[in-house]
Design a protein. Structure first.
Length: 148
């Protein structure tokens, strides 16, 4: 009976030693993982290369022999955003303009209800920016409006 108890106690002791060894290895691996994550995703990630190598001046940063740089704050004055009203700003007046008039032919100027000639009552103008290399111009499209 004593022999059985002694063998079980020796097994327990060996298991406890193995547990301590494995616990130490786990703590060491966790610390390595934390250090790796800190190097990869930490505040100063730019001081390490992609291969995980430490830079030349890395030891000086850990010993604290270099003074820390003071961060400068820059103030930006507040501004207001301009709201658009759905219309584009007119094209500048100094650009040359080419006018293209679009008129109805004589046979299309017949009133469908009375058969008389349509009278011009106005026009609509739209502008299109036309950029030719080394030349910028505005083409105005003027379309006549007709009514009975």
């Amino acid at each position: 009976m004593k022999a059985l108890v002694l063998s079980q106690q020796s097994q327990i002791t060996s298991q406890e030693n193995l547990l301590k060894l494995q616990t130490g290895q786990i703590e060491l691996l966790e610390e390595k993982l934390r250090l790796h994550l800190l190097k990869r995703f930490g505040k100063n990630t730019e001081k390490y290369t992609n291969t995980g190598e430490v830079t030349l001046f890395d030891d000086a940063e850990y010993t604290g022999s270099l003074p820390e740089e003071a961060e400068e704050e820059t103030e930006v004055p507040a501004h207001k955003r301009k709201k658009r009203r759905g219309k584009r700003a007119p094209l500048p007046d100094f650009l040359p303009r080419i006018c293209k008039n679009y008129e109805l032919s004589e046979r299309d100027q017949v009133c469908p209800s009375g058969g008389g000639k349509l009278n011009r009552i106005g026009e609509s103008t739209s502008e299109q920016l036309d950029i030719i290399p080394a030349k910028v111009q505005v083409i105005q499209h003027i379309r006549g409006k007709y009514a009975c």
